[in-house]
Design a protein around this ligand. Sequence first.
Ligand SMILES: [Zn+2]
Ligand SMILES: [Zn+2]
Length: 163
Amino acid sequence: MNKQQFKEMMGFAIKRCEAFEKKLTPKRQQVFEILLKANKPLSAYELTDQFNKQINTPILAMSVYRILGFLESVGLVHRLKLENKFIPCSYVNDDREHQLSMFLICSSCNKASEVNDLNNSVKSLFRELKMKGFTPATSQLEISGVCFGCQQSTANTIKKKDK
Ligand SMILES: [Zn+2]
Ligand SMILES: [Zn+2]
């Protein structure tokens, strides 16, 4: 994410909070910023650690938890339940509904991406579950696997070995 994109993202984040009549206080902003720049999901403890390395006023893990709870409540951040880690929402710039979301988590590089355009198939999956008489406790689907980038680099190493 370059500087310009980052500035835009922050602008959207501030607007999002305003829509909830809430404020993106400096601390909330700093936590969100660290998460945006991390490029992969972070646990609350990893976040606290990075916060205290980067920012002069130390913060307690408990406060980070509270801030993450706030960011989650306004939809700026999602919690990956399987790993108990947090990632910034990929759709901060649009008010898309988040009734169902899907996260693809790479077990090789630990990056996660949020997918919203598969919502129709996710929706029908949840519908089918209900038809089977099963009520999912979550509206969030998390799939672990290997991302495209990691598959490519494995393929390249294999090719090099063959030569
Ligand atoms: Zn999202
Ligand atoms: Zn990967």
